[in-house]
Ligand binder design. Structure first.
Ligand SMILES: Nc1ncnc2c1ncn2[C@@H]1O[C@H](COP(=O)(O)OP(=O)(O)OP(=O)(O)O)[C@@H](O)[C@H]1O
Length: 447
């Protein structure tokens, strides 16, 4: 049997009262593979441990198949955990390690048939008589997986099971985990800070930041429609380009998003998403462009929905099958200072409430109802970057990274025409909430 796991408004505080998980609600369907993704310290393992019953929620409910389960001891939850450090008993052979939970759960029953069947499934028959110190990291993790699988649990809880392995093995075992869990059809909750792992494994991905759920969706959705700038920047390699822009919507002229020295002219007639940007007139926003949303081509080659800008080649990263070109387009990158930080900066609440419908729309458009993700360092300071400016330490030069094929011969200092595909344009407000494409839930003006 596989189970439904629900968290309802679950919070967790440790001794000093800091909430490491905040009012988290999640419904994990039977047989689903759900990935908890987020930077180190954002509370992923704590959530997993609350599902396992190893931690008690401070508030809220954990439900298993719809039944209140906060008080259910771990042993009665029928779940198997797989840890990052494999957690094998060093004095037991692989056979005994895999059979150990079976002997505890069903004393008197011979565990061998199940151990053998599991070993066959994982291709580790020839490792059964070895001790953990006679196994490689990948083999140990297979044995640890075997121990979890042999029990036929109703859910797997995996806490960064691959992070102690080298990259090649990680990819290999990732594929094995995907096919095994699909074959077994057992609900799986998988914790990782590796976005590529999350996208390739999950039926759905829950992105956490500072214990707060940022977005829950399929890998495709969290990549293509990130709810906020944190999700946009956390998911995808190379990291999305985030530029500071200014919306200009004159009554008698074309609507543009100024990017310092250049601007993106929004094609007319304006699509609905661009029309909704009008309320941002005069405001600073964050423009998000993934590296595949920009291509090197002349303005005359523009397809419908593409607009021309240009960039100065600052740096070329050869990657074999592709090249990442770092351009200086004269705009200013928008930093997400807390991207790697575990806790979000708390919003500074503005009390003033504008009474008109337009005012409320503006408030919503400015993302007032949700905590900010990013605060532009110096709003209003839209001075473009100069070509000779030295980038801050640790950052690569340029403000726009474009992915291209290796056939282009690009030298440092070359001015290159670029086409931006507006279908791939994201706009986030000053607090980091996505405003274009417009969020699915339009503002409820009656609230
Ligand atoms: N027993 C504890 N007592 C106090 N604080 C704790 C305890 N366990 C975890 N924390 C804190 O809770 C926060 C979340 O920890 P958690 O291990 O859930 O994060 P994580 O996202 O899994 O991180 P990582 O990827 O680094 O394992 C951290 O700030 C951590 O220091």
């Amino acid at each position: 049997m596989t189970r439904a796991i629900s968290l309802h408004q679950v919070s967790k505080s440790y001794a000093r009262g800091v909430r490491v998980v905040e009012r988290l609600s999640l419904d994990i369907r039977p047989g689903e593979f759900l990935v908890l993704l987020g930077p180190s310290g954002c509370g992923k393992s704590t959530v997993l441990r609350m599902i396992a019953g190893l931690e008690d929620p401070t508030e809220g409910e954990v439900r298993l198949d719809g039944e209140f389960a906060n008080d259910l001891p771990p042993a009665e939850r029928d779940m198997a955990m797989v840890f990052q450090n494999f957690a094998l008993y060093p004095s037991m052979t692989s056979r005994d390690n895999i059979g150990f939970p079976l002997r505890i759960e069903t004393p008197g029953e011979d565990p061998r048939p199940r151990v053998d069947a599991t070993a066959r499934m994982l291709g580790i028959e020839d490792l059964l008589d070895r001790f953990p110190n006679q196994l490689s990291g990948g083999e140990r993790q297979r044995v640890a997986m075997g121990r979890a699988i042999a029990r036929h649990p109703s859910a797997f809880l995996m806490d960064e099971p691959l992070s102690n392995l080298d990259a090649k093995l990680r990819n290999h075992l990732r594929a094995e985990i995907a096919s095994l869990t699909r074959k077994l059809g057992v609900t799986t909750v998988y914790v990782t800070h590796d976005q590529a792992e999350a996208l390739s494994l999950g039926d759905r991905v829950a992105v956490l930041r500072g214990g707060v759920l940022q977005q829950l969706g399929t890998p495709r959705t969290v990549y293509a429609l990130p709810a906020n700038v944190f999700v946009a920047a956390f998911i995808g390699t190379p990291r999305i380009n985030l530029l500071r822009g200014l919306v200009r919507a004159p009554l008698d002229g074309a609507m543009t998003i100024s990017l310092g020295r250049q601007y993106l002219r929004l094609p007319e007639p304006l699509c609905l998403d661009h029309q909704l940007l009008r309320v941002q007139q005069g405001r600073e926003v964050i423009v998000g462009l993934r590296s595949e949303g920009v291509r090197i081509a002349r303005p005359s080659e523009a397809r419908s929905g593409e607009v021309a800008i240009s960039g100065l080649v600052e740096h070329v990263e050869f990657q074999g099958h592709e090249v990442l070109v770092h351009f200086n387009t004269g705009s200013r990158p928008a930093f997400v200072p807390e991207l790697e930080a575990p806790r979000p900066v708390r919003p500074v609440r503005r009390r003033r409430r504008e009474g008109t419908v337009l005012g409320r729309l503006r408030e919503r458009a400015a993302g007032r109802r949700v905590g900010p993700v990013v605060v532009l360092e110096h709003p209003g300071d839209t001075e473009p970057a100069r070509a000779d400016e030295v980038p801050p330490e640790g950052r690569l030069p340029g403000d726009l990274v474009v992915r291209t094929t290796p056939d282009f011969e690009l030298r440092h200092g070359l001015q290159v025409p670029l086409l931006v595909d507006l279908a791939h344009l994201f706009v986030f407000d000053q607090h980091g909430e996505r405003i274009c494409p417009a969020p699915a839930r339009l503002p409820d003006l009656d609230e």
